[in-house]
Design a protein around this ligand. Sequence first.
Ligand code: NDP
Length: 446
Amino acid sequence: MERFRDAILSGASGEELAALPVPESYRAAFVRKDETTMFGGLASQEKDPRKSLHVEEVPVPEMAPDECYVAVMASAINFNTVWTSIFEPLSTFGFLERLGRESAWGRCHDLPYHVVGSDACGVVLRVGSAVWEWKPGDHVAIHCNYVDAQDPAAHDDAMKALNQRIWGFESNFGGLADFTVVRANQLLPKPAHLSWEESAVNALCNSTAYRMLVSHNGAAMKQGDVVLIWGATGGLGGYAVQYVLNGGGIPVGVVSSPAKAKLLEGLGCEAVLDRGEKNYQFWADEHTQDEREWRRFGKDIRALVGEDPDIVFEHPGRSTMGASVFVAKRGGTIMTCAATSGYMVEYDNRHLWMKLKTIKASHFANYREAAEANRLIRLGRIHPVLSAVYPLEEVGEAASQVHHNLHEGKIGVLCLAPEEGLGITDPAFREKVGEDKITMFRRLGA
Ligand code: NDP
């Protein structure tokens, strides 16, 4: 891969890249099938991604006709990398086995190692015989919706297709590597004003936040809507705040420290709740929720913005779902896409039905939504929330930071890119957008 890296860094043309031989192996971060029980008996927080994530050479997989080979310049940590690396809530090798049963090409994914990573950006090296939209040399960001169009439901919304998967989580050959093979319909044009690492962190969380808040498949937020955002300086939350502000909404951001509160204010969110300082105890014990604490939380929101949230941007799950349903406005929507603190959630159904609230599920984004979200980044209207950068060798440490909630925004990972700051091909537009906005999370992060 060094030859590809050197060629890309020296500005080689697509023809020159296409003329270089594809190597037999590449450097990748993966978990091993024979280690899925290595953390047996340990609590979640004690399971250490630094022990389960390996960075070694793996063979280059075959490329299907609708796929492309991409040299990965940078990637990112997502929470799904944490899930895979601690083998929770289940081992992702089951996903690979299922994909392996789907087709001959699916079988390539069913291996004793799982290359992780659901975000990346880089340069196209080869395209399969059925690919018409992309060519070697294209600078691309990669989104993680791994789906084809064979199920009729996919033509309404690809997220509803029976065989919809998340690349690098439910499929193999993910982005935390120097090289990847992806479907052509995962490619997006790289934002020219951003560096490799700034471009690599957006697709998964930015597209998810777009679908949850902007898309008609989500809450379709309108001007003036009050939106309560949990984890408002986290991966999803950092984009959600920007969408609410862009769309004329009123964000109420929840964070857990004064440093995160300061960062959130820097983003332009005026209504901030520090859950660390407020010390909400929504659960009195393991089995019982405390409605008085929901009320205290609701009063705090009203004190900040004068009304209840039209939309709740929900992802912590068990810890917060009861409170989220309670504080939503009459007729409001609770958008949920995750359950970081536990997926067996509990809420008081009376508050849902009597006040005509809706719980609406969301999951990543279809190609159109991912492209729209990427377009907003390319237009400089949504900015990356990159807060830290690690080399690929330290992917375990980077995942550990996210596992223990020690990060803000997104953690980028340098793969083939030898240093930060490379890959910007439109510096004039970068200047117009503003360095301060693009690097907000790096500058103001704790
Ligand atoms: P991050 O860890 O970057 O951010 C989540 C934030 O949520 C944390 O920073 C923390 O903020 C807050 N949080 C965590 N636990 C709790 C809790 N118990 N109570 C209240 N707040 C909490 O993760 P992401 O934003 O990237 O992802 C969040 C979740 O969404 C993960 O479970 C992830 O797997 C899932 N996800 C799902 C997607 C989908 O398509 N379905 C796509 C992307 C993510 P603070 O401490 O400041 O309050």
